[in-house]
Design a binder for this molecule. Sequence first.
Ligand code: SF4
Length: 562
Amino acid sequence: MVAQTRENQEGGASAKPRAKKPNAQWKIDGTEPMNHNEEFKLEDSGLNVRRRIEEKYAHEGFDAISDDDLHGRFRWWGLYTQRMPGIDGGRTAKLETRELEDRYFMMRIRLDGGQLSLEQLRTIAGISEEFARGTADVSDRQNIQMHWISVEDVPEIWRRLENVGLSTTEACGDVSRVILGSPLAGVAEDEILDPTPVIETIKERFIGDPDLANLPRKFKTAVSGHPSQDVVHEINDISLIGVEHPEHGPGFDLWVGGGLSTNPKLAVRLGAFVSEEQAPDMWHGVIRIFRDYGYRRLRNRARLKFLMADWGPEKFREVLEQEYLGYALEDGPEPSAPKHSGDHVGTHRQKDGNYYVGLSPMVGRVGGGLLTRLADLMEKYGSARLRTTPYQKLVVLDLPAESVEDFVAEAEELGLSASPSVFRRDTMACTGIEFCKLAIVETKNTAERVVGELEERLADVRDQLPEQLSLYVNGCPNSCARIQTADIGLKGQIIPDGEGGQTSGFQVHLGGGLANYRNDAEGELGRTVRGLKVAADDVSDYVERLIRRYIDTRTEGETFAR
Ligand code: SF4
């Protein structure tokens, strides 16, 4: 009755239902662009800007760069303008991009599977020192990011990277981003299968493919054959997670449609078993579904998770099998719950009898100088392989048993701890206001300060602290540091300071977590606590109170995780 009354108020029972706007899905609505992003992508592929950088912009300089190249296509080669120093977070939303940006770039080097040889490590360290004022951060997507890059230096940086098999191709933009891979690929004693061949095949066949260089939005992939499920698979557009099929042996379980930021959603299982041989074609099928059926009208509804929310896993699997693969996938088993941590911090035995050591740089900051010293140390102790992790950590492989202790002691002196405090171990921070144009607050220095303060203040209860505790810090409502997946997630905001003014602070999210050994449960997104905001200066007070309350009130066997 109420509905009837409202209908009449809005124009009477005879009023025509408002036509639903098309979602600009290429396969249904055609490719006519419905916004400027779609326009510039159709006009000229992001991949083509490389030539202009090499032949024009690197010679003529920053001012010669066209707007669509600078704010659009440069991303296809891992380049974003960085924030102009000194602009406070309160002005972020009020200024145009041109007013916020500096004449320097962040450059993202994609490290598929997080795999680096000693030569590649030295090359990145050298580039950081020579062209990036010594900056280098390990991101939570296993990439390395540098800042202060001038467009004039980009061709030389590419030359050096490509000489050692690295690249920035499709490191950003509406494309297939870096492929997350288990940092222990090929070395773990308990590995179900090595994901490296699948990652390498996808990379060789499809990264830089012009047919896949205009997606509705970014497309994130994760592949792991390790039982700790160490690639945050629930928050990727597509994930392949190692399982043991009772008849076919090792293979993958397929997950689709995860993603954070606005409207965060966990990926869903399609219930399909994917063999190692099938995996690259299956990946190709899923990314083409996204290209062809993904929503392009509104950028904030373009990620694959929105299509998945409307279709559901049954329809998605049916379209994948019938329109893209041409065969039916077999049903497969679910992955077992992880038995131990997927951050791989500490010293562990490899299947060949050597050891790997997971090291914890502070909030992912490494820098060219530190990377050079790490390379020297690895060489001294006979390791030639390094892995980055989706937790902003480093894993050094192939250390002989007799060298491990000395290596760990020397790494500690470099500031790379193999036995970090619980706070340092799983505190992550995004780039934040130091370099990010979208940032509202500072993140990395804040997180580093909080880690130091908590280590000191909670020293009296060190033995009673939870074994792991995730504290993730974001500089804005985007979720580059995955705040919704943390025990304590902090989302940067300008908040009232209690005295009539404003200050940098955070909205608090609590109780998030992906499937892990602590909760033995499926992933769940953290929830905002209504009205709970903390000033940046008060974060340590807040976390200390929370932890002391947990210690005082916990019941037998209760972990800090939800
Ligand atoms: Fe920038 Fe926001 Fe992402 Fe942090 S979360 S890096 S501030 S966009």
